[in-house]
Design a protein around this ligand. Structure first.
Ligand SMILES: *Cc1c(COP(=O)(O)O)cnc(C)c1O
Length: 369
C-alpha cells in the first residue's frame, strides 16, 4: 500500500505502512547480518530471539499468561477447521463415543468449520442468524438456541468476515470454548479466561498469509488425541518445540513481529478498539443516511472490522468500484458469494482512509442517486 492508496481488502489485507517500510529497509540485510531474515536458519540465535520477542509481544498485547501456549503455525485458519476436531472430537480421542461438538453458525466461515468438523465426529450446529421481513439479519438471543448437551467443545466465530456480523460479547460456558478470531484478533482487548482455544489466520489483522496463530490452554492437551495426526498437527509437540517441529513460516512470523511492535507503539489493543469504533461509526453513519446504500445487519450486531454494503441499484456496482479505484480506494468488491461491496477496516486502516471512502460514497450518491 502506497501513501496515496487506501486498501480495504478483506484479506490478505493492508499492512501498516511503517511496517512495510521497515521490512523494505531490512529486506536485504537484517540486523547487519548481510542476509535477509528469510535467508537464515530458524534455529539461529538471531531468529530465535525474534521468535521469542514476537511471542512475548503478542502475549503482552492480549494479556495471555503461561497457562496458555502461543503457537505460530502453518496452514491457515482452514487447517484448524480440521485439526481441532481431529484432536478434540474424533472418536478415538474422546472417551464418550457419542460426544458432540457444538458449532454456532453465524456466517460462512463458521459453517465451513462445522462442515469440516462433521467429517471427524458428531457435530451439533446451531444457526443463530435470523432475517426480518426487510432482509435485515441479526443474531438470535442466546436463550432461544437449541444447545447440545455436554459438548466436547463449543466452536464459534466472534466476527464473521463475509457477512460483517459479530458477537458483541464472548460466549461463555463451562465447556471448552474454541474461537476463530481470524478477522478480529488484536482489534480489541479480550479476557483470555473466556477461551480455551483461539486461532487466527494472520493475513487479516496480523501480517501476511502463511502464518496461523493458535492460543491453547495447556490443560486442554490432556483431552486431545494426536495418535493419528501428522506430527506437525500435534499442538502439544508444537508447544514443546517452540512451534518449530519443522521450519516455520519464518518471513510471515517476522512480519507479524513487526506488526505486534507497531500495535504496541500505537497504544495496544485499547487504542485499536477506540479507532475501530471511530472508523466503523464513520462508515455506518454514511451508509445509514438514506436508502442509497444499505448494510443488511442489525445495528446491535454489526461488525467493526468488515462492513458490507449494497446499493439499491445493483447495476451501479461496477461503476462504483471502478470510480472508487480511480480515487485510490481499492479492495472494495464484496465477497464472491454475496456480491455488492465490502470495506474491511482492520487495524492498519487509518481514520483518514475511512473519511476518504465516506467522502467518495457521498459524492457518488450525489451523482447517481
Ligand atoms: C479468512 C478467514 C478464514 C480462512 O482463513 P484461511 O487462512 O484462508 O484458511 C477463516 N475464518 C475466518 C473468520 C476468516 O476471516
Amino acid at each position: 500500500m502506497t501513501d496515496s492508496v487506501y486498501n480495504f481488502c478483506a484479506g490478505p489485507s493492508a499492512l501498516p505502512q511503517a511496517v512495510m517500510q521497515k521490512a523494505q529497509a531490512e529486506f536485504l540485510d537484517w540486523q547487519g547480518l548481510g542476509v535477509s531474515v528469510m535467508e537464515m536458519s530458524h534455529r539461529s540465535d538471531e531468529y530465535q530471539a525474534l521468535a521469542k520477542n514476537a511471542e512475548a509481544n503478542f502475549r503482552q498485547l492480549l494479556s495471555i499468561n503461561d497457562d496458555y501456549a502461543v503457537l505460530f503455525l502453518h496452514g491457515g485458519a482452514t487447517l484448524q477447521f480440521s485439526n481441532i476436531p481431529m484432536s478434540l472430537l474424533s472418536q478415538s480421542s474422546y472417551k464418550n463415543q457419542a460426544a458432540q461438538a457444538e458449532y454456532i453458525c453465524n456466517g460462512m466461515w463458521s459453517s465451513k468449520a462445522a462442515n469440516e468438523a462433521a467429517r471427524f465426529g458428531n457435530v451439533h450446529t446451531i444457526d443463530v442468524v435470523e432475517t426480518d421481513s426487510r432482509g435485515i439479519r441479526s443474531l438470535k438471543t442466546i436463550e432461544t438456541w437449541q444447545r447440545a448437551s455436554d459438548p466436547a467443545y463449543i466452536h464459534y466465530t466472534p466476527n464473521e468476515t463475509i457477512e460483517g456480523i459479530r458477537f458483541t460479547r464472548p460466549i461463555k460456558s463451562p465447556h471448552t470454548i474454541v474461537a476463530d478470531m481470524s478477522s478480529c484478533i488484536l482489534s480489541e482487548p479480550i479476557a483470555i479466561n473466556d477461551y480455551d482455544f483461539i486461532y487466527a489466520g494472520a493475513q487479516k489483522n496480523i501480517g501476511s498469509a502463511g502464518l496461523t496463530m493458535a492460543v491453547i490452554k495447556r490443560e486442554l492437551f490432556a483431552k486431545m488425541n494426536f495418535q493419528s495426526s501428522p506430527k506437525t498437527f500435534n499442538y502439544q509437540e508444537q508447544d514443546k518445540q517452540g512451534s518449530m517441529v519443522n521450519t516455520p513460516p519464518t518471513f510471515a512470523w517476522y512480519l507479524a513481529s513487526l506488526v505486534f511492535e507497531w500495535v504496541i507503539e500505537q497504544g495496544g489493543v485499547i487504542e485499536m478498539e477506540k479507532r475501530a469504533l471511530e472508523k466503523s461509526q464513520l462508515l455506518y453513519q454514511c451508509i445509514d443516511e438514506d436508502d442509497f446504500y444499505t448494510n443488511p445487519i442489525a445495528i446491535k450486531d454489526r461488525s467493526r472490522m468488515n462492513i458490507p454494503f449494497i446499493m439499491q441499484d445493483e447495476s451501479l456496482n461496477e461503476t462504483f468500484l471502478s470510480q472508487a479505484k480511480d480515487n485510490n480506494l481499492v479492495g472494495l468488491g464484496g465477497h464472491r458469494s454475496v456480491g455488492g461491496m465490502r470495506a474491511s477496516l482492520y487495524n492498519s486502516m487509518s481514520v483518514a482512509g475511512v473519511k476518504a471512502l465516506a467522502d467518495f460514497m457521498r459524492d457518488f450518491k450525489q451523482r447517481y442517486g
